[in-house]
Write a new protein. Structure first.
Length: 242
């Protein structure tokens, strides 16, 4: 199967974490990334433990989808051009690793559902239009069992307090990937499966509040996203007020 990673934030540009640099270099073809239209918004307040620095980070938003408020992100192909079911689990493991807090990858570090008691993200996927029924059902079954085992209910309950999640309890996102450039749509349709991270929202902030955080954030999450072409529907309004 042809597999890619849908990146909606810092996994694309973060150079502070060496594991993310290595992951991009060793497992992805960044040069072949495709810009896609996706319903994303800033919806998760992230506070760095060592110094309290605040970043307002990206989430998938069912509200943005319902309102047709589409931003832009990237679909990045894997270097491995033909991935089987076991390989998909391995790539999901790598994605979980680079999203998580541990610095060394081992069997104990991998979870489809990230977090201990507080579940703050899940690894999900988008199905391509041409994936076989056999592979589709096998993947849904694996994810359903992993979610149940790892306590994803906590994630879904918390998410619903903000808005319904785009990711379902079988790991599949209610999402069709569309190319920003229509000429590239056929490239997207060639993918059988696209893995991605669905983080838990913490609440919606006003544009003014987002501007304050973006200006003070020494991680420059918002600025780096803009530089790399990752944008939400309202980013131009935020930029105007900065």
């Amino acid at each position: 199967m042809k597999v890619g990673i849908l990146i909606i934030g810092s996994l694309l540009w973060d150079i502070e974490k060496k594991k993310r640099i290595n992951w991009r270099q060793q497992r992805l073809i960044i040069a072949d990334k495709i810009k896609v239209k996706v319903p994303i918004s800033y919806g998760r307040l992230s506070i760095r433990k060592k110094d309290g620095n605040k970043s307002y980070t990206m989430i998938f938003s069912s509200g943005a989808k319902s309102n047709g408020e589409l931003g832009s992100a990237y679909l990045v192909p894997l270097k491995d051009s033909n991935v089987d079911i076991i390989g998909i689990i391995e790539e999901a493991e790598w994605l979980s690793f680079v999203e998580g807090c541990v610095d060394e990858k081992n069997d104990k570090s991998f979870q489809m559902v990230l977090g201990n008691k507080y579940k703050w993200a899940v690894i999900g996927y988008v199905l391509g239009p041409n994936i076989s029924i056999k592979n589709k059902e096998a993947i849904k079954d694996i994810w359903t069992k992993k979610y149940e085992k790892e306590g994803a209910n906590n994630y879904f309950e918390k998410h619903n307090e903000f808005e319904p999640p785009l990711v379902k309890d079988n790991g599949c996102l209610d999402l069709q990937l569309m190319a920003l450039n229509e000429a590239e749509q056929s490239l997207i349709d060639d993918f059988d499966l696209v893995l991605t991270t669905c983080t838990l929202p913490t609440g919606k902030l006003s544009i003014e509040e987002q501007v304050k955080i973006a200006i003070k954030d020494d991680r420059k999450y918002f600025i780096n996203n803009i530089k790399e072409g990752v944008k939400t529907f309202i980013d131009d309004k935020i930029i105007e007020k900065m």
